[in-house]
Every structure is written in C-alpha cells, then in structure tokens.
Write a protein that binds this ligand. Sequence first.
Ligand code: NAD
Ligand code: AKB
Length: 312
Amino acid sequence: MKKDKILVIGACGQIGVELTLALRKMYGDSNVVASDLREEHDLLKGTGPYVSLDVMNKEMLHVLVIRHNITQVYLLAAILSATGEKNPLLAWHINMQSLLNVLDIAKEENLDKIYWPSSIAVFGPNSPAAETPQHTIIEPTTIYGISKFAGERWCEYYNHRFGVDVRSLRYPGLISYKSAPGGGTTDYAIEIFHEAKEHKKYTSFLSENTYLPMMYMPDAIRATIELMEADASKIAVRSAYNLSAMSFSPKEIGAEIKKHIPEFTMAYEPDYRQQIADGWPNSIDDSLARQDWGWKPEYDLARMTEDMLRNI
Ligand code: NAD
Ligand code: AKB
C-alpha cells in the first residue's frame, strides 16, 4: 500500500500552521513536509520537515514533489481580499498560477489528492445575501473573489477532464489566535480580541451592523480534514463546498466580549474594506456539505469568544 506523504504550501500562514500540526498528528511528523516563502514559523520549529519554497516556481515545486515522494498537496499560499485590492494583477497572478502549477503537477505525477481552499468571496452583491446557496448567481467584485471563482472552475475542470482528486471548501472568515491573519476583510474579528485584552477598546474598520459568515479555526481544520478523509464517492461538488458555522456583526461580537470584559468599548471607522464586506454574504447555506460528507460545526459565537479570550 502507498504511504501518504503530504506537502503543505503556505504552511506559515494563519491556517497553514494549525493545519500542518494537525496533519502531523494524523500522518506522523516526518510524513508532512511544511513549506513557505517565509522563515519557518516558531510553532512549526522542531515538529517536522520544513523547506523553503516559492510555489510560483513550478520546476522547483515539481522537483520537491518527486524528491519527497509527495502523494497529497495542501495549497494554502494566496493573497487575500484586502491585500489583493492593493495590487490586483499580482493577486490574480499568484492566486491563479500557484493553483495551476499544483493541479498540473498533480496530473503529471498522478498524485492521490489535492486540497485548495476557496472563500465566501466568490459571492458578490448580486448573490442572495442571507443563507447564500451553493448554486446561485456568482459575480464576485474583488480580484480575490474573481481568482477564487476561476480557481473553483479550474479544480472542477482538472477533476472532470483529468481525474485529479481535488477538493475544496469556501471558508468563511476564520478566527484564530495561534498564527496571525494575512490581510483579509474579516481580520477585524481577530484584531478585536487582541485590542480588547490589551487596551479594552477597539475601533472596527467595518460598520457596526455588517454581518459576515465566520468560523473558529478548530472547526475549519476539522472540516478540511473531514473533507479530505471522506471517500471520493461522497464528494459530489468538485468546485468548492459552501461551509458555515456562525454569522455576526462587529456590534454583536463586541457585546459578547463585553460579557467577559465589562470595561470594553467600541468605535467604528469603516474604511475601504467596508465595500468588500458589503458585497459578501451575511450567512451561508452549507446543506450540501452536511449531506454529502457529514459536516457539523461545533463553535458558536459564545463558545469561540470564551476560548479566544482564554488563549490570547
Ligand atoms: P495567509 O496569508 O495567512 O497565509 C498564506 C501563506 O502563504 C503565507 O505564510 C505566505 O508566506 C505564503 N505564501 C505566499 N506566497 C507564496 C509563494 N509564492 N510561495 C509559497 N508560499 C507563499 O493566508 P491564510 O489565511 O492562511 O489562507 C490560506 C488559504 O485559505 C488561502 O487560499 C486563503 O484564500 C484561504 N482562505 C482563508 C480564509 C481566512 O479567513 N483565513 C478564509 C477563506 C479562504
Ligand atoms: C478575507 O477576508 O479575505 C478572508 C476570506 C473570507 O476569504 N478571510
């Protein structure tokens, strides 16, 4: 039987650090190779193999896959929504070419499985905002959303045309404390915890009633692993599955934090990220993920807030 050997690309990012550690627990430390452009993250040091990799260099990636006998790739390198708007052509180039490099090597080397995350950013102002369904109008207005939507199409194409077993989730905004976020519109929901603990106040860059779909990192890691562990016959969606856990506004998360820190106060100064958030769903219908591979979230706003404040 072929042994699983996993490559995580973008392992030092917000998701990468926690996903790498979770995969090492499951597959054994030496069977999960972490890679990134950046220096190795402190939490990864001493936990398993680390290589410096620019995923845009297809030849280098190909050599790495062959040299380490890689059978699965988790591609997490990307430019997120807020950073993407500052340099749209760069965001498009990196988000698309990284995926095409991985998909093409997966096809050439007959890799077992590929994971690549999409985002709620694929939806735009013409999609229904409440309980946004899996299949609906998809007209993203950010370059990040456009690249994620195109990426979803490429994933489905490589699956249908070449049989590449690629799987994907449309993550909501992810909240975590172990590794810093990388330039998203939902990052306010992480900053708020740090500021609440340190300064007992926070100025939100989104307006008080901006509702966005969100998820706590332990749920996101579990969803990713459950999707990847599911029997291939259960994965009917080969673009990307809607995925949901909770939805809240800056005002609501502020009120939840106030239950633990009564002196906490909030102010609102919406900036360019408000326009991005205004085009995204308020909440997501993830019934297909629940039906096909049994998805069920564990954290709501109250439980996540308590855990974040305890751990920061
Ligand atoms: P992040 O920005 O925190 O991490 C990305 C990592 O990729 C960084 O460590 C960066 O150094 C690395 N990287 C960038 N360019 C690279 C290159 N050329 N070669 C190798 N590594 C490179 O992002 P994240 O939040 O961990 O997101 C990971 C994936 O999940 C992305 O595809 C993102 O779009 C998606 N996603 C994230 C969220 C979220 O809330 N964090 C939500 C939806 C989707
Ligand atoms: C972002 O805000 O860009 C990400 C996402 C929802 O994709 N957190």
